[in-house]
Design a protein. Structure first.
Length: 57
């Protein structure tokens, strides 16, 4: 019983560490992409275009 609980805690700790690393990598990638390739479209107009497209306007 105690061994199973230790394995569970180790598994949850590993899962949380991997999850945090994935979130950090994704956030860094998105920030890097936004900084390096702004293009000629402002983020606000891109967002508005995406919203209009999703609503079928």
């Amino acid at each position: 019983m105690e061994r199973a609980r230790a394995d569970y805690r180790q598994c949850m700790f590993t899962f949380i560490v991997v999850l945090l690393a994935a979130v950090a990598l994704l956030g860094g990638y998105l920030a890097f992409r936004r900084r390096t390739n702004p293009g000629d479209v402002s983020p606000d107009s891109y967002k508005a275009g995406w919203i209009n497209k999703s609503e079928g306007i």
